[in-house]
Design a protein around this ligand. Structure first.
Ligand SMILES: C[S@@+](CC[C@H](N)C(=O)[O-])C[C@H]1O[C@@H](n2cnc3c(N)ncnc32)[C@H](O)[C@@H]1O
Length: 239
């Protein structure tokens, strides 16, 4: 994939997105105050291990807030993407403490988010109550049990953010299940595409599927869209 600087992008759609992703407008002081409070929260959380590579049985809210959430820069970028897509409905797989969900919810009508760990899901809901956010619906349970009902109950999604169970086989399967529910100009974001060689080869294979017009590797996450108004290209961009 061709690696380029964001300033050299010709596609107006992508250039405008990159400008928005860096825009301080998407900073949210209230959400960041909740992130700070979560980092100090010593509540123990029994682990539910669905993904790859976790060890130990107990973690704390503090450890999750420090290690598992998208950092502010990326949460802002996802908020900017939500606005750029003029998203009505967004699906997030992997709520965690709901911080990125809150960023996204500020720029669309409705977010449906899926989380398998009940203690973590409860913490996310406390955060949204504190922030007075009312447009997030959470489905608790393993993705294998919640993804299909979430998709079938929807009128489709403009943004689908896949951020849990980082295994190549799972990523391929989630994209297969989600593709018919993605709106024509919508986008799928896949997190941790370089986390393992397994994820990396799944990402490369998905990018080679001809249906995607634009595939962007932002290093920490990748974006796919089949927006028919864009010319087919693959880019790797640090922003
Ligand atoms: C990396 S965190 C999500 C971070 C969040 N999107 C953010 O940006 O702040 C992944 C979450 O997905 C959940 N998860 C992982 N695999 C899952 C599965 N198979 N079913 C349900 N939840 C799962 C984990 O419990 C964890 O809370």
């Amino acid at each position: 994939m061709q690696s380029v600087s964001w300033q050299s992008i010709h596609s107006p759609w992508l250039f405008d997105l990159l400008v928005a992703m860096r825009d301080p407008e998407f900073h949210n002081a209230d959400i960041e105050a909740c992130r700070t409070a979560l980092k100090a929260n010593r509540l123990e959380v029994p682990r539910v291990d669905y993904g790859a590579g976790s060890t130990g049985n107990i973690q704390t809210i503090s450890a999750i807030a420090r290690r598992s959430l998208k950092r502010p820069k990326h949460a802002r970028a996802l908020a900017a993407l939500t606005k750029h897509l003029q998203a009505t409905a967004v699906l997030e797989m992997g709520t965690s403490l709901g911080i990125t969900t809150a960023y996204i919810a500020a720029h669309c009508e409705q977010v449906c988010t899926l989380e398998g760990n009940p203690t973590v899901a409860a913490a996310a809901q406390r955060t949204w109550r504190e922030l007075n956010i009312n447009n997030i619906a959470i489905l608790e349970g393993p993705f294998d049990e919640t993804l299909k009902p979430a998709l079938n109950a929807s009128d489709g999604f403009d943004l689908i953010f896949i951020d849990g169970n980082h295994r190549g086989k799972a990523l391929r399967s989630y994209i297969d299940q989600c593709r018919d529910f993605l709106s024509p100009s919508g986008a799928i974001v896949c997190d941790d595409i370089h986390w393992s060689s397994d994820m990396e080869s799944a990402w490369k294979e998905i990018c080679n599927q001809p249906e995607w017009t634009l595939c962007v590797d932002f290093f920490e996450w990748g974006l796919l869209t089949r927006n028919p108004n864009l010319k087919r290209e693959m880019k790797a961009i640090r922003f």
